[in-house]
Every structure is written in structure tokens, then in C-alpha cells.
Design a protein around this ligand. Structure first.
Ligand code: GLY
Length: 255
């Protein structure tokens, strides 16, 4: 894998057991999740990204590969997820990334999940969350600081699982963010595109070269992204959302 490549992982047969803040009702439909995942992979490929999909493992949350690695500057920091049940997921990811990036690791008590990391140019914004702690954030700085990245921590409100649950990079130096979701000034001088709080889920989009993959069913958020000049492809995300997942969670993109 090199620039313009992405890693994804197929949906586990145990996806219905994925971690969730509250039990989904109706329960997760694994077959439907697989259809949605396939559409995501196809949409990513249509953006010109070469997608490598790892086979599903036993881990229920294994498709959410974003949480297992932070990749920048030719280095992949293999994380130590804050959710103990998710730590085994990183093995397959490390194996897949090893031929393509210099691997770094983190040790207890550090925890970090990639969903808390958002890169804009040479800045790595990181959510301090229930999943990513100060030692994990310090490790991020230790690994990427010498490569020219500055780590900026953002304290997340308790109700926010990951930083990118409420924002995401638009790929052009701007950040898409749900209104009122984060403390003012969290992104320093980075220009923001704001969407209504009522459509916060759609703040997690995967943007690349003027295109954005967005969750379907959020018309006001979509209109804002289109007004910001991006072309939108809307994707069904019902089963991901039931598993507290979103679009960026499904890939590690190597730029
Ligand atoms: N199910 C995604 C997570 O909680 O980590």
C-alpha cells in the first residue's frame, strides 16, 4: 500500500455483538451491514483509492479499522484501544500495514483510538476521551512530533465517543463540525464548515479531492457540504450507526 490506498476489513459474523452505548433496537442486521460495507468500499474505490479489504476476524468491532492505527508521514502508530475488548483487533492491522509503513506501538497505561485523531496538514488534533488518555496522547506526540506534526488535544464532552463522531477533515484544510459539539476554538485557526447539531452524525464524512462520502438521510448537512464546494455521495449507514460506528471508522487511508 502507498499513497492513495486504504485498508478496510470485512464485517465479522459477530458484528451484532459490537460495542454500543445502548442496545440497538432493532438489533444489528449483519447481512445488511455487509451490503452497506460493500457499498462503502465501492464508493471509496470510485474516488480513485485502491482498497485492500482484510478478511473478517472473530472480533465484533474489527471492521472499524480506523481505531487501530494512526498513519502519517510513512509511520503507522498501532494503537492500544481504550476498549479492552478491541485490543486484539490491532494484530491483523499491524500485519497488513507492516510492509508499507514503519510501525510504532504503545504500551500500558497509554490508550488511544484512531477515531479520536484528525489530521489537518501538520496538525494532529486528538480527542481526550474515555478511549484515548493523556499517556496515549503523549505517545502520539512522541511518534509524530519528530516527523513535523504538532499534536493538539481537545477535551471531549462525556457523551462523545470519539472526536470524529462530531467532526471530520474535508481534505482541503477545512474541518466539518456539528454545531456546539466541541469547545470553541478547539481547531485553532482551521476554517470550519458547520452543520446543524440535529444532524451531528453526518459530521463524520470521508472527504477526498473535492468529494465527500456522507451518511444518507441528513439533508441539511449534505446541503452545507455541497455549498462548501464538495460533491457528495450519500451512503446507507443504518447498521454502522447501530454499532456506534460511522464512515471514517471503516478505513485507514494512506495519503
Ligand atoms: N462499536 C464501536 C466502539 O464502540 O468502539
Amino acid at each position: 500500500m502507498s499513497a492513495g490506498h486504504a485498508l478496510t476489513r470485512a464485517i465479522s459474523a459477530r458484528f451484532a455483538e459490537a460495542l454500543t452505548a445502548r442496545p440497538p433496537d432493532p438489533p444489528i442486521d449483519v447481512a445488511c451491514a455487509r451490503v452497506q460495507h460493500a457499498a462503502y468500499v465501492a464508493a471509496l474505490a470510485a474516488l480513485g483509492v485502491t482498497v485492500v479489504t482484510l478478511p473478517a476476524g472473530d472480533e465484533p468491532d474489527g471492521c472499524f479499522v480506523e481505531d487501530g492505527a494512526v498513519v502519517a508521514g510513512g509511520v503507522a502508530l498501532i494503537t492500544r484501544p481504550g476498549a479492552a475488548s478491541r485490543r486484539a483487533e490491532t494484530h491483523a492491522l499491524a500485519e497488513a500495514l507492516a510492509p508499507h509503513a514503519e510501525l510504532r506501538h504503545m504500551a500500558a497505561p497509554a490508550t488511544l483510538e484512531g477515531g479520536d485523531c484528525l489530521r489537518v496538514g501538520r496538525r494532529l488534533f486528538v480527542g481526550r476521551s474515555a478511549r484515548s488518555n493523556d499517556a496515549g496522547i503523549a505517545r502520539l506526540g512522541e511518534v509524530f512530533g519528530p516527523l513535523g506534526y504538532r499534536v493538539v488535544a481537545i477535551a471531549l464532552p462525556a457523551r462523545v465517543l470519539h472526536l470524529k463522531c462530531v467532526c471530520s477533515p474535508l481534505g482541503d484544510g477545512r474541518v466539518l463540525v456539528a454545531e456546539g459539539a466541541l469547545p470553541g476554538g478547539a481547531f485553532e485557526d482551521v476554517p470550519l464548515v458547520t452543520i446543524p447539531a440535529a444532524e451531528a452524525y453526518a459530521a463524520n464524512c470521508l472527504a477526498r479531492a473535492g468529494h465527500a462520502l456522507m451518511a444518507d438521510g441528513y439533508p441539511r448537512a449534505r446541503a452545507q457540504v455541497e455549498a462548501a464546494g464538495l460533491t457528495v455521495t450519500a451512503l446507507a449507514t443504518s447498521e454502522l450507526r447501530k454499532a456506534d460506528g460511522a464512515l471514517t471508522c471503516l478505513s485507514v487511508v494512506i495519503d
